[in-house]
Design a protein around this ligand. Sequence first.
Ligand code: KG4
Ligand code: ZN
Length: 358
Amino acid sequence: MRILAIETSCDETSAAVLEGEIGKENPIILSNIIASSVILHSKTGGIIPEIAAREQLRYIIPVVDKALIKAGCLKQGKNPIIDAIAVTVGPGLIGSLLVGVETTKTLAWIWNKPIIPINHLIGHIYANFIGNKPKTKNQKPKINNDYFPAIALIASGGHTDLVLLKKHGVIQWLGGTRDDAAGEAFDKIGRLLGLPYPAGPMIEKFAHEGNSKRFRFPRPLIHENTFDFSFSGLKTAVLRETQKLQRDRQNNSIEGIFDYQTICDFSYAAQAAIIEVLTKKTLEASKKYQTKSILLGGGVAANQTLVEAFRNSDNKIIVPQKLLCTDNAAMIGAAAFFYYEEKNWKQVTAKPELYFDL
Ligand code: KG4
Ligand code: ZN
């Protein structure tokens, strides 16, 4: 079975083709094309939904076309060789989601293919269930059922959630952020330091050269008996420290942005606080539910310092390749193989507020 997947929930326009047997093996990627409007948002320090939606419209057809061509699914004059189209229906920005959903409905109608609606958050988890291309013809990509029960931490720009995965399709939500998401905290703190959006990858780099002793920020909710997170207080603590430093600088007639070492020191301390909260809560959940593995997902899982912190625990840690941590259609296609429920174009709508239900 071949599934074309489409992801347009935020500022990435992505289409992928995955191949496999439903529920029997981890599907493999035949193509995964990602176009991003991030550069347009870097100037404004965050995503402007209207601009993101407009860019989705610009990219969607070329991106789908490229994904089908690269996967070898297009034969001239014929419908593409695919069996279904998976699409992110939510959560996300309404304007962006609509572009993917309406394009999918149109293509499904023209090509007479079923649609598989997919929850973006489940997609982030299923970036961990993608197989490697078999080296020989007889070799099959294996399915990782030995991960269960598993705890999944989804940490992205829009979400920070801890869920228990008992098996494929059986998910229990344990907790989530009460205010800012982990990625959002990286981005907002980056903005305070004068870094462009998205700041997460840059803060990770600067943190390597940071002085671990110069600043220390609070670890919100770390001692509370809950699997919830809160990062807005951390952002405020960084804001106060930057303001204090600015006052000192003004008193000494120093102008302009912070010096390189100061940015590194702030980056170190902010990242350390975020990582400590994420790892502690996740490890506690894993212990409480006696899970066999911890699955990471979402853009923040691309942070190697976070991954290392998890690997220092004696748990089995599963992380997608870096490119599959941030938004992409391959993860949506992968989820479709495990949450395969055919719908026709009339039954599918964009659901910006979707959470852990479809
Ligand atoms: O999953 P994603 O692409 O989009 C959402 O679904 O939100 O995540 C994007 C977020 C951004 O906030 C970005 O700063 C963060 O992931 N991010 C990182 C890193 N790479 C991306 N945060 C920390 N360290 C990184 N290396
Ligand atoms: Zn995402």
